[in-house]
Design a protein around this ligand. Structure first.
Ligand SMILES: Nc1ncnc2c1ncn2[C@@H]1O[C@H](COP(=O)(O)OP(=O)(O)OP(=O)(O)O)[C@@H](O)[C@H]1O
Ligand SMILES: [Mg+2]
Length: 238
């Protein structure tokens, strides 16, 4: 059992803003417009758990909902992150919740079969993966795809039952969410923390900005922090 109650985000400046990192065992929502870096930030977090403390790694689960696992693996490799190697070392499990939804045959061992997509099926696979590798971190990218078509009370119950399962499993979790998705409010209230990634458009230039919207139990910074995406991933310009 880890002593610290914080989990490194993999981004030094963000850890400092969060007094050490994300609260252990809790769920943080990373929301933002397309291309703001939600998936890349999530990968920083997964990789940090495995590589920052090699003597006591925190195995991780990545649930891919809107991109095929092979696309995510290729994108990660551009930043020097070899996800296949981490899977071979049994430090990472990727769940394919993408292919089956499109009627395609998944080629991963953990996958939602064609026609079987539901929150219950995805949480069943997460539970199975957690048992197999003793996972301590989880990313669901994006959670909004799990809640598609749900509104009002159904959506609220979907989010609450999902976060209840994740809390029971003691997984430190990032849920990503598209900012312009209708009904995103429920996820914000149900999550322990919210980080927002956005764009600043001025004159003819566009820059990136990050803000911690909320983080329970944390006296965090409210500053709007510019960031860049480079070959090293997300770099905050604090
Ligand atoms: N190798 C790279 N070097 C520099 N920047 C990159 C690289 N790969 C991607 N990017 C930048 O990161 C963006 C994509 O980041 P990411 O996939 O994390 O965004 P996202 O918020 O998850 O997007 P979506 O909503 O589409 O899932 C690209 O639009 C590009 O601006
Ligand atoms: Mg993404």
């Amino acid at each position: 059992m880890k002593q610290t109650d914080r989990c490194s985000t993999g981004i030094k400046e963000l850890n400092e803003m969060l007094l050490g990192g994300f609260p252990r065992g809790r769920t943080t929502l990373v929301e933002g417009l397309p291309g703001t870096g939600k998936t890349i930030l999530s990968l920083h977090f997964l990789i940090a758990g495995i590589l920052e403390n090699p003597k006591d790694p925190e195995p991780a689960i990545l649930v891919c909902l809107d991109e095929s696992p092979s696309d995510v693996m290729r994108e990660a490799s551009a930043f020097g992150w070899n996800l296949q190697r981490l899977m071979d070392l049994k430090q990472l499990k990727i769940i394919d919740a993408f292919s089956g939804r499109l009627g395609l045959k998944p080629n991963l061992e953990l996958a939602v079969p064609i026609g079987k997509f539901s929150i219950e099926e995805v949480t069943r696979l997460i539970t199975e993966a957690k048992e197999e590798i003793n996972a301590q971190r989880l990313v669901i990218d994006p959670v909004s795809a799990l809640l598609d078509g749900m509104e009002g009370a159904e959506r609220r119950n979907g989010v609450l039952s999902l976060t209840a399962v994740l809390t029971r499993l003691s997984l430190t979790t990032i849920l990503t969410s598209e900012l312009d998705q209708a009904g995103v409010g429920v996820e914000r209230y149900a999550s322990h923390g919210v980080i927002r990634l956005g764009y600043d458009e001025k004159d003819m230039t566009v820059s990136r900005k990050l803000r911690i919207v909320k983080m329970r139990e944390t006296m965090h910074s409210m500053d709007v922090i510019p960031y860049e995406i480079t070959v090293k991933g997300i770099e905050l310009k604090v």
